[in-house]
Design a protein. Structure first.
Lengths: 320, 423
């Protein structure tokens, strides 16, 4: 616990120093993307990592926040209102869709999340007040009330606060009764139910919190890019990216999503830079192959593998 | 050992003189003007992006070179009013993602210190990249994004050379008006079909609005998902409305579904008019054969424009040499024009100050005959939209796409009504 807090503190100090020290818009942009993906990965990790219900539709919660932001701005309201509004809508959507689906086992839940996401996508694409397929472009109006900042560092600072809050919440989850319930359900739902754990209630609460975190990230994203449309917020591709970050980093671990985001951002950027210019889409093929390899050889992800190695070493020491 | 040391010394000495030589020639070179180009170089649109990049590089070399063509700023050895400065393009990747396009624009402006931006093909990436340009006060020239809303944002630094989807919709109605005048053909009942993405819904909205305004009877409007595998209900809806013409926006697989559906259910309008995409894919005629006969489609470019500007086949040949023998098309031709329009404004500005370039862009007035396009002229209105833009209409005749409108680039007369379905 203390080690985790120190690690988080160190990250906050380093990133905060970077915000003040870095002048490069490109580096700050990378940092913002990294923190945003880490938050999304952690949000996914709550229900899919700790809870064991693999979601392939998490982008719709991200979309709730992004669209709440767009709607607030286009109706003359402050996007700060979109944080509670988007979070509330996302939590409700999670409860309504989770109620019938969270009891589904294994890949049936994943299929259900894909179906729900496809429905939401189709709904948004055909609903005029949600901007249909065109989406929203938010007018430029810098200021705290409009949550638009001429300095990129401010966005990075906000993302850092969100990241720290989400990490602290996850630390609390790991030590809380609900965290133990979730992991017990993941390990053996029948045994957990036999000792009186209310599966539906526990998972609905975890799903709702998970959706809330993704929605807040969505608000921040919308205010950062000032452009919200279905392919960039709620599409299946975004959901898969979020799940990949969770899986690559290490499912059900505190630092897995952050490590996954780091690998994802660096790998995607590096592969695109090395092989992008060819114009044949090799970059996507190679990136996909690397992800497949990690998933096949290291199914517990990077953090899972490290934790495993540490445990084995400790075990060996104890035996000796 | 001694000999090796000597040879190393010689190599070093040679390298030093070579470097010195390079330094002196560089000093004598005319200055360079750096333009930033944002394109989808990786990701799902990478292949298109590679073509656009080759096109822009060709345009750059035409401007910097001394071989003259009837095109603006070509063959004058750079920009005469800027001491024959050569233009240089720096490319950045949008990955076809709005947030990446934004980052790319930021990088080009803050790190590469470009004097202007050009790009980005997809409308969603143009939306975010142009906002960054607006914030920094850098002129942004868009050769090829057609979502009508892009020029309705009140941006001061955004200029769009291509006609947008509203213009293309308008072209269909102009075509109808011309048919009425010259051939006494009356078109009243219009059915609009389109996939429900950005492309189809945007085109459909424009077709519906303009059609209603001109007094046409929009008898039905069908929106469907491009990933569908059957369209029977949609085809029935169209049939029940008994339209004179069907205007349709589809990608290739769904365009084939509709064409087969129309045939099977005996939907027989006087004409089917398409918004390019699936209907100009090489697979369209190849798959449908005789059933594709008579289909009209709008296009942004055709090699038949050589009847207006003789440089079209020459530029086409130069492009083929550079890009694996692929012919010049609507996207690559517009990208070439984009660089030329920007070069023209830079030269008239006689300065690399953003304000001067912007003022010059506002005063752009290039006659249509000096472009590779079917446009009337290049002139930007108050919103930054080129108000001289126009498209062309082609028709499948004997298995080939033949230009049938407008008359000055047409190579065949339109066949109206389209032939009956062959059993």
């Amino acid at each position: 616990m203390r080690a985790h807090l120190i690690a988080l503190g160190a990250i906050v100090v380093v990133v905060a120093a970077a915000v003040f020290g870095l002048r490069s818009a490109v580096a700050l942009d990378l940092l913002f993307t990294l923190l945003l993906y880490a938050v999304l990965g952690q949000s996914w990790n709550w229900i899919s990592g700790y809870g064991g219900n693999i979601s392939f539709g998490h982008a719709i919660f991200f979309g709730c926040g992004a669209y709440a932001s767009a709607l607030c701005v286009t109706h003359g309201l402050s996007p700060w209102l979109a944080i509670p509004a988007g979070a509330l809508v996302a939590a409700l959507l999670a409860i309504v869709t989770g109620f019938p689906t969270l009891a589904l086992r294994g890949h049936y839940f994943s299929i259900a999340t894909i179906a729900v996401a496809a429905l939401v996508d189709a709904f948004v694409r055909t609903t005029p007040w949600l901007g249909k397929a065109t989406g929203f472009e938010l007018p430029i109006a810098p200021g705290w009330a409009t949550m638009q900042f001429p300095q990129k560092g401010t966005y990075v600072a906000l993302a850092l606060i969100l990241f720290a809050a989400v990490q602290l919440a996850t630390m609390a989850l790991e030590r809380s009764r609900m965290g133990y319930y979730l992991r017990a359900l993941r390990a053996n739902h029948a045994a957990a139910a036999a000792v009186g754990i209310d599966e539906r209630r526990v998972k609905l609460v975890a799903f709702a919190w998970s959706a809330t975190m993704a929605a807040v990230a969505g608000v921040l994203y919308a205010q950062y890019t000032l452009f919200v449309d279905p392919p960039s917020t709620i599409a299946l591709a975004i959901s898969i990216d979020i799940a990949l970050i969770g899986v690559v980093g290490g499912i059900g671990t505190l630092w897995g999503p952050a490590v996954g985001a780091l690998v994802y951002v660096v790998l995607a950027k590096a592969v695109a830079l090395q092989l992008g210019g060819a114009g044949k889409g090799y970059d996507l093929v190679i990136y996909g192959a690397i992800i497949c390899l990690i998933a096949a050889l290291r199914p517990y992800g990077i953090v899972g593998t490290i934790v495993d190695a540490l445990r084995r070493r400790r075990g060996a020491e104890a035996a000796a | 050992m001694h000999a090796r040391r000597l040879s190393a010394f010689l190599v070093a000495a040679f390298a030093l003189t070579a470097l010195g030589g390079a330094g002196t020639t560089r000093a004598a070179d005319p200055p360079e003007i750096v333009i930033g180009s944002i394109l989808p170089l990786t990701g799902p649109l990478a292949q298109t992006g590679a073509g656009l990049r080759a096109a822009q590089e060709l345009a750059r070399d035409l401007v910097n070179g001394h071989v003259s063509y009837p095109l603006p700023m070509v063959g004058r050895s750079g920009l005469p009013h800027l001491g024959h400065a050569r233009i240089k393009l720096v490319f950045a990747d949008s990955q076809a993602k709005p947030d990446q396009a934004r980052a790319a624009a930021e990088q080009l402006i803050t790190q590469d210190h470009v004097v202007a931006l050009i790009g980005t093909y997809a409308s969603s990436t143009t939306a975010t990249a142009s906002q960054v340009a607006e914030r920094y006060g850098i002129p942004f020239l868009n050769p090829d994004s057609t979502a009508p809303g892009l020029t309705a944002r009140g941006l001061k630094w955004f200029f769009r050379a291509t006609p947008n989807d509203a213009t293309f919709a308008d072209n269909f109605y102009q075509f109808f008006a011309e048919l009425k005048k010259t051939k006494k053909i009356d078109v009243k009942r219009v059915a609009i079909v389109g996939e429900d993405g950005l492309f189809g819904s945007g085109a459909g909205d424009a077709e519906e609005q303009i059609g209603k305004k001109l007094g046409y009877d929009i008898v039905t409007r069908v929106a469907y998902s491009a990933t569908t595998t059957e369209v029977n209900a949609e085809v029935q809806k169209v049939k029940a409305a008994s339209p004179d013409v069907i205007i349709i926006a589809s990608y290739l697989p769904d365009s084939l579904l509709y064409m087969r559906g129309f045939k099977e259910q005996g939907v027989a309008p006087k004409a089917i008019l398409a918004q390019d995409a699936g209907f100009i894919d090489p697979g369209f005629v190849r798959t449908l054969g005789a059933d594709a006969e008579g289909v009209f489609t709008r296009e942004v470019f055709s090699l038949s424009i050589k009847h207006r500007n003789q440089s079209v086949p020459l530029v086409d040949q130069l492009f083929r040499q550079r890009f694996g023998d692929k012919p010049l098309d609507g996207n690559t031709a517009r990208s070439i024009m984009g660089v030329l329009i920007l070069a023209d404004a830079l030269d008239r500005a006689g300065s690399t100050k953003p304000d001067a370039i912007r003022t010059a862009l506002q005063k752009t007035n290039i006659p249509g005959k000096l472009t590779l396009m079917p446009w009337n002229r290049v002139h930007f209105d108050a919103t930054g939209q080129n108000d001289g833009g126009a498209g062309i209409i082609e028709q499948v005749q004997d298995g080939k796409y033949e230009t049938v409108w407008p008359s000055d680039v047409a190579v065949r007369a339109p066949i109206w009504p389209m032939p009956a379905w062959k059993r």
